[in-house]
Design a protein around this ligand. Structure first.
Ligand code: DLL
Length: 435
């Protein structure tokens, strides 16, 4: 099986060239070790598994992982801040935390070895996305407790790139730096990239004339239409990188330049499963559900069967023996139910961005009239669009959303600059129902 895959093209990154059998053996060994460490060093796992009637000895084959209970964000919150760490604090060299919009943040810790593994995986991701030693990598993911900035930074440095640690914000300065330092690679959220593009255009800089050749975008769902939009405007390859702080940060999975479309999961370090998003029963490859991940090499924070709430599908790729996951469609908790119809923001984005008279700046507003929920789209027209073109565009949008997605929407035309610009992860939905 392994030998039918294209080994030559990615030979510059040998660790990804394992055969399926080698990978299974490695995963099984690493999973066993992870289970034993979690049981021995994290009292929370010991109690939970004892209550559940499972023990690391019950694990022999990879499928046996299904016997173990899930871990959720709530488990991390209950053990705030350091209760799930498997190492003494003297071994922990870094902490990150999620923003914690609802209640306490979730805190994650790393040993020296964890930081090395993370850097390796981000380096691997950048390399296979088309970057390499000698490239100038502009990092506009936020630095700080968010894993994006420092995760990208350490990976790019490890690969031997020249890193520009720009972080988020100060978009005018970012544009000057990209232009003057001639960055070849940019790592940023797709929504903040739109902001950077707009600033370039305002300053009369054609994004295509910059030295950028590759963009590595992630940290939020983005539609294929958004991807095409960025690729066209900047003349780059826009690749997708996925990750979450609970697992590590960016670099759990990444799109590979030589096998575009969807992302390879770095299965030698994370074991992926898909479960039914309502019943949480395991479902086979090829079907959509919630992505569940287990760390295979994390020391400080081994996480067993973490329910990511991200919707995806696993399948075998053509290039490597690790599985691919489809681009994240949405988070399960981002689903809006409008008059009984399930709608994801990315579905609306896909329709909206195909309409030329509209700019890519939009927000979805949910409100309630009586007992009924209403959905409105705040959007700015392109500056070049005529009044008539905008009127036509509104009709097209309303029609396509109704016929394609099944909901009625109202369109609010906003003035240029009125829709809030993203500084990191975009807030796509404003829910006014409980205000
Ligand atoms: O967003 C880590 C990251 C930083 C990934 C930079 C990629 C680039 P968290 O803040 O913990 O970590 O948020 C994790 O963001 O569960 C997804 O819902 C979403 N997400 C991350 N990457 C993607 C992606 C970072 N490529 C949560 N596509 C995840 C869609 C993504 N959603």
């Amino acid at each position: 099986m392994a030998d039918t895959k294209n080994r030559k093209t990615v030979s510059y990154y040998p660790k990804v060239l394992v055969s399926k059998d080698e990978l299974t053996a490695l995963q099984t060994r690493r999973m066993k070790h992870t289970l034993l460490r979690a049981y021995s060093f994290v009292p929370y796992y010991k109690k939970k598994w004892d209550d559940h009637g499972v023990h690391p000895d019950d694990f022999t084959f990879l499928e046996d992982i299904k016997k173990f209970p899930f871990t959720t964000k709530e488990d991390l919150r209950l053990n705030y801040p350091f209760g799930m760490f498997a190492n003494p604090m003297s071994d922990i060299v870094r902490l990150h935390a999620s923003s914690g919009t609802t209640g306490k943040p979730t805190v994650v810790g790393y040993t020296r070895k964890d930081i090395d593994t993370w850097s390796d995986l981000v380096a691997r991701s950048i390399r296979l996305a088309g970057g390499g030693k000698g490239d100038i990598v502009h990092v506009s993911y936020g630095y700080g407790l968010f894993t994006g900035g420092l995760g990208a930074h350490y990976g790019a440095e490890k690969l031997g790139c020249t890193v520009v640690p720009a972080s988020g914000g100060f978009t005018d300065k970012q544009v000057t730096l990209i232009n003057d330092f001639k960055a070849n690679v940019i790592m940023v959220t797709p929504s903040y990239m739109l902001n950077i593009i707009e600033e370039m255009e305002n300053r009369g800089i054609d994004p295509k004339e910059t030295a950028l050749k590759v963009g590595i975008f992630g940290a939020e769902p983005w539609s294929m239409e958004m991807k095409r939009n960025i690729e066209e405007k900047v003349g780059i390859a826009a690749l997708d990188i996925y990750g979450l702080s609970e697992m590590m940060g960016p670099g759990v999975a990444c799109e590979v330049l030589e096998d575009r479309g969807d992302l390879y999961v770095w299965e030698d370090h994370f074991y992926p499963e898909i479960v039914d998003r309502d019943t949480f029963d395991p479902i086979p490859d090829g079907e959509e559900g919630e992505l569940v991940l287990t760390t295979l090499t994390k020391e400080a924070l081994p996480i067993i069967r973490y329910r990511t709430k991200d919707l995806s599908t696993l399948y075998e790729g053509d290039l490597l023996n690790m599985r691919k996951m489809k681009r994240i469609k949405a988070r399960t908790d981002d689903m809006m139910i409008i008059r009984g119809v399930n709608v994801f923001p990315s579905q609306i984005e896909e329709v909206l961005l195909k309409i030329e008279a509209f700019s890519p700046y939009y927000q979805l507003i949910i409100s309630r009239e009586g007992n009924m929920d209403d959905l409105a789209i705040d959007v700015e027209p392109e500056l070049t669009a005529s009044t008539q073109e905008v009127q036509e565009a509104i009709k097209t949008l309303v029609h396509k959303v109704k016929s394609g997605i099944g909901v009625s929407v109202k369109v609010n035309i906003k003035n240029h600059g009125e829709v809030p610009r993203s500084q990191g992860k975009a807030q796509r939905v404003v829910d006014k129902r409980n205000l």
